[in-house]
Ligand binder design. Structure first.
Ligand code: FPP
Length: 248
């Protein structure tokens, strides 16, 4: 029988990468008899607080779900409002993110995005690309299935062009074709607003991610809520498919 690892008195580490499904903006606005778009703009304030809190708590990578490939089904006014909020967020926060050492990555399809938005995204990534203190990954026009299908398409193109042999398509090689190439997988995924679904978010990357669901509606999310999710994560044992418990 394998020996149990000695109980460790060292505190469990803070997750290196936290991914968040920022849900509940619409309900938060409805509770206040305000339009859904008001909930989204308050959601940006919660995003600002959370980026700052993640930095203070030592979370190096933060990924947030800003707009999903399925969100195109919402009324056009709401879709446009979400696009405008990304424009506004970059316009207002990019200089500070550059100064504070935050690298911005945007994952998702650029197809269907207005050209100015694609430019804004490219500019935010370029201006922060030498930063490494903290990473903010914004999933925008993102769907996990779409990301995997796009990766598979590019692999097929490379195989057809003779750049890659079918036998070279391993898990590690596949990952280099994903939007998240070079980023670590999330250790912890938080979904707010009491919904218990992944909703097509980081399907590949979340293979061994710990899931924490919070009843808080996203516009109310703050440092204490982030700390509470980290506390829950630190109480878990991670096994990665093995038998031996492994503390996070
Ligand atoms: C889910 O709430 C939230 C979204 C679809 C969008 C999240 C966007 C933001 C927080 C702001 C903009 C993002 C960036 C990156 C600047 P919901 O509308 O589904 O809420 P409901 O379930 O209560 O209706």
């Amino acid at each position: 029988m394998m020996a149990q690892p000695a109980p460790s008195s060292a505190p469990a580490p803070v997750p290196r990468h936290i991914a968040i499904i920022m849900d509940g903006n619409g309900r938060w606005a409805k509770q206040r008899s305000r339009p859904r778009t008001f909930g989204h703009s308050e959601g940006v304030e919660a995003l600002r607080r959370t980026v700052e809190a993640a930095g203070e708590l030592g979370v190096r990578y933060l990924t947030v779900f800003g707009f999903s490939t399925e969100n195109w089904r919402r009324p056009i006014e709401e879709v446009n409002a979400l696009f405008d909020l990304l424009r506004l967020y970059v316009a207002r926060d990019l200089d500070r993110l550059v100064k504070e050492g935050v690298r911005v990555h945007v994952i998702g399809s650029r197809e269907g995005l207005q050209p100015d938005l694609a430019r804004i995204i490219a500019d935010a990534e370029a201006k922060t690309r030498h930063n490494d203190k903290q990473h903010l990954v914004i999933a925008f026009n993102y769907g996990g299935q779409d990301e995997i299908a796009r990766a598979a398409r590019r692999i097929a193109e490379d195989v057809a062009a003779g750049k890659l042999a079918p036998g070279e398509v391993t898990i590690e090689r596949f990952e280099t074709y994903l939007d998240t190439a070079g980023l670590p997988p999330p250790d912890l995924l938080i979904r707010t607003s009491g919904e218990l679904r992944l909703s097509n978010f980081m399907l590949w990357q979340a293979a061994y991610t710990e899931l924490v669901f919070s009843d808080i509606l996203w516009p109310d999310f703050d440092k204490a809520a982030l700390q509470a999710a980290i506390d829950a994560y630190q109480r878990r044992e991670r096994r990665f498919g093995g038998a031996e418990p492994e503390r996070p």
